[in-house]
Ligand binder design. Structure first.
Ligand code: F6P
Length: 352
């Protein structure tokens, strides 16, 4: 067989680990040819297609390398435009045919997998591999990149804690996650945060200030607040800010919280926005393991010609699910999530 692989959406740690696992397992155990498609699915829209054959040597030494050797793009779907969308799908499909590929392994989150499904519906056999630091993709409990992002965020928040204590300050740390609070919740628990604010639970400033005043009464004159970029005050919408190039992104909530806390309590506060630090650099041990297991599972599906499925980690097992069997979209924290309970049970304020 000849299989293709591409990485799409925002990058994350573990993409190279999955490319390596796919290439090694496909070549060593099945004698397949593996083609890397560049810059996400966009590589299939180029003339000639931007694709190259991957050898064992190409993937040597990349298990722990950040980024992706194939490049990626999160500039939106080329298939969305009502005027050019159909033509782009036809172009991708004909380029895929001209490469002689039997299937395409698409590493990506919700947005990329939607594009993949459109290609699948147009006749291109697809296998999906979930990656997203936000961990908000339905078919898996843990996606590639999430655990490293939590590790990086938790380590940074712990560092903020000691300087908060030294200066008797409030440190507000904004983390990524779009509309899901997985990174904020897990990193906050792992770094003894005092307050965690999540998109799923709109917050009340009075509750936050009360929690910090209660700490003061116990002699703890500092607080660390972790806030997800998509979190919002009760009755208000999430905040957005424009990038240097003019595009709008979730962001600014940490500034707003620091200002409100200062106004309401007089406490000195500082803001840290972790940003893309959470996406860069080497994958953690667990992400290297997960990416390897996902890559191997995807190649096994390809060998068995079980297309139109997404691999995942569900209930402690590596499994797969058909694109048609789940709601292709994002997920967020459920209000009965055991980690929410764990956080509140150790005294972390969730702003409610
Ligand atoms: O989806 C991953 C993510 O890192 C989000 O957490 C964040 O909001 C977004 O991507 C940032 O994307 P960009 O690459 O456009 O800055």
């Amino acid at each position: 067989m000849k299989i293709g692989i591409c990485t799409g959406g925002g990058d994350c740690p573990g993409l190279n680990a999955v490319i390596r696992a796919v290439t090694r397992h496909a070549i060593l155990d099945y004698g397949m040819d593996v083609y890397g498609i560049e810059q996400s699915i966009n590589g299939l829209l180029c003339d000639p297609p931007a694709a190259r054959k991957l050898s064992l040597l190409d993937v040597a030494g990349i298990l722990d390398r950040g980024g992706t050797i194939l490049g990626t793009s999160n500039k939106g779907s080329p298939f969305k435009d009502p005027e050019t969308g159909e033509t782009s799908i036809a172009k991708a499909t004909s380029n895929w045919k001209s490469l002689g590929l039997d299937c395409l392994l698409v590493v990506g989150g919700d947005g990329t997998q939607r594009m993949a499904l459109q290609l699948h519906d147009a006749g291109m056999p697809i296998i999906g591999i979930p990656k997203t630091i936000d961990n908000d993709y339905q078919p898996t409990d843990i996606a590639i990149g999430f655990m490293t992002a939590v590790e990086v965020a938790a380590d940074s928040i712990l560092r903020l804690r000691s300087t908060a204590e030294a200066h008797s300050r409030v440190m507000v740390c904004e983390v990524m996650g779009r509309d899901a609070g997985f990174i904020a919740l897990h990193a906050g628990i792992a770094s003894a945060a005092n307050v965690i604010l999540l998109p799923e639970i709109p917050y009340d400033f009075d509750v936050i200030v009360k929690a910090m005043e209660a700490r003061k009464l116990r002699g703890r004159n500092f607080s660390v607040i972790v806030v997800a970029e998509g979190a919002r005050e009760i009755g208000r919408e999430p905040l957005f800010r424009s990038s240097a190039t003019g595009s709008m992104h979730l962001g600014g909530v940490a500034d707003e919280i620091a200002r409100q806390i200062h106004e309401r309590s007089g406490m000195d506060s500082r803001v840290t926005v972790l940003g893309h630090i959470q996406r860069g650099g080497a994958p953690s041990t667990l992400d290297r393991i997960l990416a390897t297991a996902f890559g191997v599972a995807a190649v096994d599906l390809a060998a068995a010609k079980k297309f139109g499925r997404v691999v995942g980690y569900k209930k402690g097992e590596i499994s797969s699910v058909a694109y048609t069997e789940f709601e292709n979209g994002t997920r967020s924290l459920k209000l009965d999530d055991p980690f929410l309970r764990a956080a509140e049970s150790v005294g972390i304020c969730l702003g409610r």
